[in-house]
Design a protein around this ligand. Structure first.
Ligand code: ATP
Ligand code: MG
Length: 492
């Protein structure tokens, strides 16, 4: 058809504010998008702080010690879909992440940046976007205070760095009276997700990511250090000859390498389970771009069944070239083109294809199934619910070959007479939620609270998880332990 004219139709500002807040990021993805920016700015420290009062979260700050921005660079950075020239090794591509990630979680985004000692600050709010995209410039003196308050170590004055502040967080809420639990759960999930996405940066380049929750009433907030969670860190491969490097050609991107791994059967380490009870959902491709994990598992279009229980041990690391493959805006998935799917099926390692690899991974798992409860004989160690250092150190002490059976802890509703219960199907010790505040005393509830009580219960009950039969006598013993403990709890 012939063009007969043209008219300008820029996006409507009110509609844009609404639409940007609907780009589907989860909290970890949104924070990861900001950490990408910190890494591009050569930061070695990123501190994420959840500010709270007694009822709710009041703000989240993401502070880094990167190179910072000048006042004019900050103005450019605030623009949606800004055109910043990126190096091929940069994590940023779209010129959008900082804004889209932030507006998925909050209604007010402030960025304070410091370069060569000079501070500049800007703010976007829903209203400012609606008022025809008028970004606010903020008083640098006040901004300097906010900048300093976002770091836990106040000793030295930082001459450069950037602090992103999320205010008006109605998305990030907890039900009434459940803020402690919400924060504890959020922090432990973030530790896992961020530890996974940035594991290469944390382990190889010494990037330090800190998470802390800070109450308005107190200055004290113990930071959690995010540890690297490498999805390929097993003590020994499940099958000799693996990992195997497959190569293929991707039109427009050149040669790509796929590293096919087979995890050892019976693995139950955090690196295998990645925060879940079972590893089945973690099989598949692990796509990295510039060392940042974009996608953790999934077969894309390569296999129909994305959660094949027989492929639970199969993980393939793929380092994608920065050109020639596309991610979604959230950088949480690779957009798989027909070309990529075809390239994957052409991949070869010597005479073998990815199909042969999958067969090997299946055979390995089947051989494990023939030995029912393969890890029943493995030593029991405390799992989710006690501090990571306890888990790691106990494992070092008792699981010489690295294979262990993790016993997790959970607070749930149990009948009044019980302080704890055993869940032998899912290898868990369940504690009665009713007595949580009594047991914790003045300590705050968290994913790894009451470590001493939990560890003692673990020591008391560890053998019960490997017993083939749970005798009436043993049941009576557990009942008596409960009765005695309950007497003690009642005095708290
Ligand atoms: N923490 C930071 N330190 C220094 N500069 C930053 C920081 N955060 C953002 N910037 C600057 O702001 C620009 C815009 O960031 P934004 O995340 O919106 O887009 P991007 O990183 O260019 O691309 P993408 O949308 O893929 O993330 C960046 O290119 C960078 O120049
Ligand atoms: Mg970015």
């Amino acid at each position: 058809m012939k063009t007969i004219g043209a008219f300008k139709a820029p996006p409507d500002s009110a509609g844009s504010a609404r639409a940007f807040s609907r780009i589907g990021y989860d909290l970890a993805e949104a924070l990861a998008d900001l950490i990408d920016n910190s890494i591009d700015a050569e930061a070695s420290l990123v501190e994420i702080t959840f500010f709270r009062n007694t009822e709710r979260l009041t703000a989240v700050t993401i502070a880094d010690d990167g190179r910072g921005m000048s006042a004019s660079a900050l103005k450019t950075a605030m623009q949606f879909a800004t055109s910043v020239r990126h190096k091929p090794t940069d994590l940023g591509t779209f010129g959008l992440g900082m804004k889209s990630a932030s507006f998925s979680q909050c209604h007010s985004l402030t960025v304070v940046s410091r370069q060569a000692g000079k501070v500049a600050a800007c703010r976007w709010t829903d209203e400012a976007i609606k008022a025809d995209w008028r970004c606010e410039l903020l008083d640098p003196k006040e901004a300097e205070k906010a900048f300093a308050g976002a770091f836990s170590s106040k000793g030295e004055t930082r001459k450069h760095g950037t602090v992103v502040v999320w205010d008006r967080l109605d998305r990030l809420g907890a039900a009434e009276g459940e803020l402690d639990e919400f924060l504890a759960k959020t922090m432990s999930q973030l530790e896992i997700k961020l530890g996974l996405v940035f594991h290469r940066f944390i382990a190889r380049s010494g990037l330090k990511i800190l998470l802390r929750a800070k109450s308005e009433q107190s200055d004290f907030a113990l930071p959690h250090v995010v540890k690297p969670l490498d999805p390929f860190a097993y003590p020994a491969p499940g099958k000799a000859g693996y990992p195997k490097t497959f190569t293929t050609n991707l039109p427009g991107a050149g040669q790509i390498k796929l590293e096919g791994h087979i995890w050892p059967p019976g693995a139950a380490s955090p690196e295998f389970l990645l925060g879940r009870r079972r590893a089945t959902p973690h099989q598949g491709f692990y796509f990295y771009r510039n060392n940042r994990l974009i996608q953790a598992g999934g077969w894309n279009d390569f296999l129909k069944d994305t959660n094949d229980p027989e492929l639970a041990l199969a993980r393939i690391a793929v380092d994608l070239p920065s050109e020639g493959t596309a991610t979604n805006v959230q950088k949480s998935a690779i957009q798989v083109s027909t070309a990529l799917t075809q390239a994957l099926s052409r991949a070869r390692a010597g005479g073998s294809s990815l199909a042969d690899y999958l067969e090997d991974a299946r055979a390995m798992l089947r051989s494990q199934k023939r030995r029912p409860r393969a890890n029943a004989a493995a030593p029991a160690v405390p799992g989710v619910g006690v501090p990571v250092q306890v888990r790691r150190n106990v494992r070092k002490l008792v699981a010489k070959k690295g294979v262990a059976r993790e016993i997790d802890f959970a607070w749930e509703s149990l009948p009044k007479g019980k302080v704890f219960d055993l869940d032998r199907v899912d290898d868990r010790i369940v504690l009665n939620k009713k007595y949580r505040h009594l047991i914790l005393g003045h300590a705050r509830a968290s994913g790894a609270d009451a470590p001493v009580v939990k560890t003692l219960l673990f020591l008391l009950l560890q053998d019960d998880f490997s017993r083939a039969r749970f005798s009436a006598q043993r049941r009576e013993w557990i009942r008596r332990c409960n009765a005695v403990l309950l007497e003690a709890v009642k005095t708290l």
